[in-house]
Write a protein that binds this ligand. Structure first.
Ligand SMILES: NC(=O)C1=CN([C@@H]2O[C@H](COP(=O)(O)OP(=O)(O)OC[C@H]3O[C@@H](n4cnc5c(N)ncnc54)[C@H](OP(=O)(O)O)[C@@H]3O)[C@@H](O)[C@H]2O)C=CC1
Ligand SMILES: O=C(O)C1=N[C@H](C(=O)O)C[C@H](O)C1
Length: 271
């Protein structure tokens, strides 16, 4: 089979550059185009050079549709509005869309769901094996322990991160809520400031720390009477997210349209 032709959107970003490098390092796929927004200073630059590699001849462009019709998959770690637009274009072009963008609101997710009627979309707030395994563990622990065990999720990221809580924290919160058979939207407490009163039983709390160059730390705390269980994940390098995204694209090749998760890709859905 020929190498899978992949487009990276947001190619000049932190993840975009890491994705270009991961495609270069992974057998079975190739970079077919690199996209940035109109007016970006990266336009016209060689995407591989931006990623610290020798020149590839793939120059950053702002014509996403032209790139998508010549490709089989797109790797998208950008912004929610952009990801919704790219999902629509991926649906038009009938190519695999790997959506790693976080900070997605219900209206964005609804549009992604609509686009997934025509394209295989793999979406996850975290593309690493470790976090997706952690989510499965959190679901089990939450299902085992009663609501007399309080659940708090703490995350820390670099100072440039624009959304909070992180997509991973939300993913872990959803796993905990699922384990307890409740809706996260009903249980979630993401802000505490001032005289907020005592903790409501059954709630799932979030705390977001920002600073320095932290790649991504997550801890799920189950706090009971006189004892605490803590499950944690530390991402040491962005390349693990990029490798997961490339793996997802290869997994999605030839797959029927639908909205998939990294648990599907990694075979953790039955865990
Ligand atoms: N699921 C996962 O495993 C992971 C998810 N992420 C998520 O990925 C996203 C990106 O993170 P990061 O790389 O650090 O952020 P960056 O800001 O470094 O990169 C985002 C890139 O996307 C570009 N972009 C934004 N809008 C558009 C558009 N309409 N068209 C083309 N390009 C666009 C930005 O350009 P400009 O600068 O001009 O706005 C920028 O180059 C975040 O939501 C983050 O949380 C990150 C790591 C792992
Ligand atoms: O913005 C980041 O950097 C990261 N974002 C994702 C998130 O919001 O969880 C994944 C990872 O933690 C890095």
């Amino acid at each position: 089979m020929s190498d899978m032709r992949l487009v990276v959107v947001g190619a000049a970003g932190r993840m975009g550059r890491t994705l270009v490098k991961a495609i270069h390092d992974t057998p079975g796929c190739m970079l077919s185009a690199a996209i940035e927004r109109p007016g970006s200073p990266a336009l016209g630059q060689d995407a591989a050079v931006l990623a610290g590699l020798p020149a590839s001849g793939v120059l950053v462009s702002d014509d996403a549709l032209a790139a998508f019709v010549e490709a089989e998959g797109v790797l998208d770690f950008t912004m929610p509005e952009a990801t919704v637009a790219f999902a629509g274009l991926a649906a038009q072009a009938r190519i695999v869309h790997v959506a790693g963008t976080t900070g997605m609101e219900p209206q964005h997710l609804a549009k992604l769901e609509a686009a997934s009627r025509h394209a295989a979309i793999i979406r996850s707030g975290n593309m690493s094996l470790g976090v997706n395994l952690l989510a499965a563990l959190v679901r089990k622990v939450a299902a085992t322990l009663g609501t007399d065990w309080d659940i708090e999720i703490v995350e820390m990221h670099h100072r440039m991160k624009v959304d909070a809580p992180s997509g991973t924290a939300v993913l872990l919160g959803e796993a905990a809520a699922e384990g307890r058979a409740v809706e996260l939207a009903e249980a979630r407490v993401a802000v505490r400031d001032g005289q907020v009163g005592a903790r409501q039983p059954g709630t799932i709390g979030f705390a977001a720390l920002r600073g320095g160059t932290v790649v991504g730390d997550h801890k799920v705390i189950f706090a009971g009477a006189g004892e605490r269980l803590e499950l944690a994940h530390v991402a040491e390098d962005r390349s693990l997210f990029a490798q997961g995204a490339v793996k997802a694209a290869l997994w999605g090749r030839g797959r029927k349209p639908g909205l998939y998760s990294m648990a599907d890709v990694l075979g953790l859905d039955k865990f």
